[in-house]
Design a protein around this ligand. Structure first.
Ligand code: FNR
Length: 251
């Protein structure tokens, strides 16, 4: 059943279409978003800019419109210091988890900008936000977590459009983070983010530049109707994807 909406609540066809320039702006934001770790500037972030980015995050899709997220703005040097100390510990432990020949490269990567960025943000998921039964979450309980991840992506893209860098830090001990931020039992930390103006944005992901991993060709990731299905390699969509391989670089 189609839900009833007033005429004033419906976007008319011509208003829904994006102009060429608007579409360009969207793809420009998307393909130029980067994970930022080492290029943060101490410049303060005006509240109107942060407010717009938070609105973008808050308008992410969510299962059953659950909106399970909260946005914790972390400005306290003491809290940032505590999180950074935990990162240092986890980072040391992480090093030993990689094969020996990769350890030097791992150590050379900068993987957080907790103290250099003026603001850290923790995006969380309240697993009990709208009660036990949620439309769309009756069978796949993890959908609330995925909803908060959608908010993270909106946040990241809006920040990029505003000229700010975001760095996601997940080399942390879950329990320590919970305690540091005083999270109640029903709230899960989804993303610990560093936010700030930057001296530059890199063109490519840092792991790609450091020869850690290349970007996988998109055609290897697209299948038809069931897992794998290599026999569709000659599908016109695959041919189109290969033809468009420079599309992201056009922005
Ligand atoms: C869930 C999750 C968790 C992390 C990340 C990302 C995501 C999605 N990334 C950033 C990651 O390395 C980066 O996104 C990829 O290397 C691709 O680069 P761009 O984001 O395209 O610049 C990340 N980066 C980092 O330096 N330290 C970290 O702990 C993490 N953790």
């Amino acid at each position: 059943m189609e839900s009833k909406q007033l005429d004033s609540e419906i976007i008319q066809k011509n208003e829904a279409a994006f102009s060429e320039q608007e579409r360009h702006g969207f793809y420009k934001t998307l393909f130029n978003r980067r994970d930022v770790r080492g290029q943060f500037l101490p410049k303060q972030i005006p509240d109107d800019v942060l407010s717009r980015i938070l609105y973008a995050a808050h308008h992410a899709p969510s299962v059953g419109f659950m909106q399970p997220w909260n946005f914790m703005v972390i400005r306290s040097p003491e809290i940032k210091q505590k999180v950074q100390q935990d990162f240092a510990l986890a980072h040391q432990e992480a090093e030993l988890m990689f094969e020996e020949e990769k350890r030097d490269t791992y150590k050379s990567l900068k993987l957080e900008g907790i103290l250099e960025s003026p603001i850290n943000i923790c995006i969380t998921c309240d697993r009990e936000r709208t009660g036990p039964t949620v439309i769309g979450r009756t069978h796949m309980k993890e959908m609330d977590l995925y909803s908060s991840v959608c908010a993270v992506q909106n946040f990241w893209l809006a920040a990029r459009a505003e000229g700010l860098g975001v760095g996601w830090v997940s080399i942390l001990h879950h329990q320590t983070l919970r305690e540091t931020l005083k999270l109640p039992a029903n709230v899960v930390p989804i993303a610990y983010l560093c936010l700030g103006y930057v001296s530059k944005f890199f063109k490519k992901p840092e792991p790609e530049t450091a020869n850690w991993l290349p970007r996988t060709p998109l055609e290897e990731l697209v299948s038809f109707d069931s897992w794998g299905s290599d026999e569709h390699g000659d599908d016109p969509l695959i041919a189109q994807i290969k033809k468009d391989k420079n599309f992201p670089r056009a922005f």
